[in-house]
Design a protein around this ligand. Structure first.
Ligand code: H2U
Ligand code: ZN
Length: 354
């Protein structure tokens, strides 16, 4: 920047700037001047979706037959099964098959499971009773523990695709768990960044980051005794959330009883705010990142969840990750602080239950 171009001092609420994602080392371009125009406040409502409690054509509802011909049991709480179209298979021959520097290949072994959160076809995590969300929390913990104990598994990825906009194949409340022999790309980046910070500072990156965020206050959205949900400083998606435990917790199974209870509660509160924002069942991809399960020592790891929702301005207007984002760098207009402010303004009573 040439100094003679400057008419004012740099102001991050007004001037284009970039912010560094401490977990990946990557940058996001923020262009707040484009949102200086006042918020139009229009909320395009989609017709309220009325789903039956039981759908005879749903392959996740209790008692129904799935694509592979297997029938689900008449489950009454949660239900886990091996994905009928699993992307990872347990019996892949584990050899180093890379022969050429130009055609590098590694065998990948693992498994994929589908997790039904509830027998009720018409509910979502936001609308389920907290006690039932707690059951899902415990299930997440046992899945990470069980799969992580397998010596062939180095990483267990819990996630949920919600809504057709995020590619979810079915509105029945469900998530997935994929577990495999190598640490995948995103947690591998986070491992590198957290490790480097720990080596320099002797404390976990995300524990120190949370302290700084609590201090700053303007990106906080919901909190309780054990958890904080905030819009991270480096958020890329308009209403992205980072959910962090207050205590240093390396992996999901290490959560205490009180932390699990508080997690169920904060999840419901956060997801209710999401749904209320545009009065729609808010689509997102969410997932948990914890330490790898390859038996290594990971004092630098802090458990956390990412929520990546695509909606920008209404129930139908989403942010596109296209031209500049794909080719140069992610970019956003609404700042993380503005997004946090809008989420803070939402009620914690679900719009369908008002
Ligand atoms: P979504 O989380 O994106 O909706 O994916 C659901 C998974 O359910 C998907 O990976 C699996 C698909 O392979 N599935 C089954 O395992 N059995 C079925 O009968 C249909 C879908
Ligand atoms: Zn992460």
């Amino acid at each position: 920047m040439h100094s003679h171009d400057r008419t004012t001092y740099f102001d991050p609420t007004e001037h284009p700037h970039r912010r560094r994602n401490l977990l990946t080392g990557e940058w996001v371009l923020v262009s707040p001047h484009r949102t200086k125009r006042p918020w139009q406040g229009q909320v395009e409502k989609t017709p309220p979706e009325q789903r039956p409690r039981y759908d005879p054509t749903c392959y996740l509802c209790p008692g129904n037959e799935r694509a592979g011909g297997v029938a689900n049991p008449r489950y009454e709480s949660t239900y886990v099964f091996t994905n009928d179209f699993a992307a990872l298979l347990p019996d892949t021959p584990d050899e180093d098959v890379s022969g050429s520097p130009f055609f590098q290949t590694q065998a990948e072994t693992g498994t994929c499971r589908v997790i039904c959160f509830s027998p009720r076809h018409d509910l979502t995590l936001a609308e389920m009773p907290v006690a039932d969300v707690r059951t899902v929390v415990d299930l997440w913990a046992t899945q990470v523990e069980e799969l992580g104990n397998d010596p062939r598994i180095s990483y267990v990825q819990l996630f949920e695709n919600r809504g057709a906009m995020m590619g979810s194949s079915n509105p029945h409340p469900h998530g997935q768990v994929w577990a495999n022999g190598r640490v995948p790309t995103e947690p591998a980046k986070e491992d590198l960044q957290q490790r480097a910070y720990f080596e320099r500072n002797g404390s976990p990156l995300l524990v120190d980051y949370l302290a700084a965020e609590v201090d700053a206050g303007d990106r906080m959205v919901v909190e309780n005794e054990s958890w904080v949900a905030l819009v991270p400083y480096w958020a890329v998606w308009p209403f992205e959330i980072l959910l962090l435990p207050r205590r240093h917790v390396r992996q999901f199974p290490d959560l205490t009883d009180a932390e699990r209870e508080d997690l169920a509660s904060i999840l419901k509160r956060l997801l209710t705010r999401y749904d209320n924002l545009f009065e729609t069942s808010f689509p997102y991809s969410m997932g948990w990142h914890g330490q790898p399960t390859d038996g290594g020592d990971y004092p630098h790891w802090q458990l956390h969840a990412h929520f990546y929702p695509p909606l920008l301005r209404s129930a139908t207007v989403k942010k596109f990750m296209v031209g500049y984002e794909l080719l140069a760098s992610p970019q956003r207009d609404i700042t993380a602080e503005q997004a946090a402010d809008r989420l803070r303004q939402q009620s914690e009573i679900h719009y369908r239950q008002r």
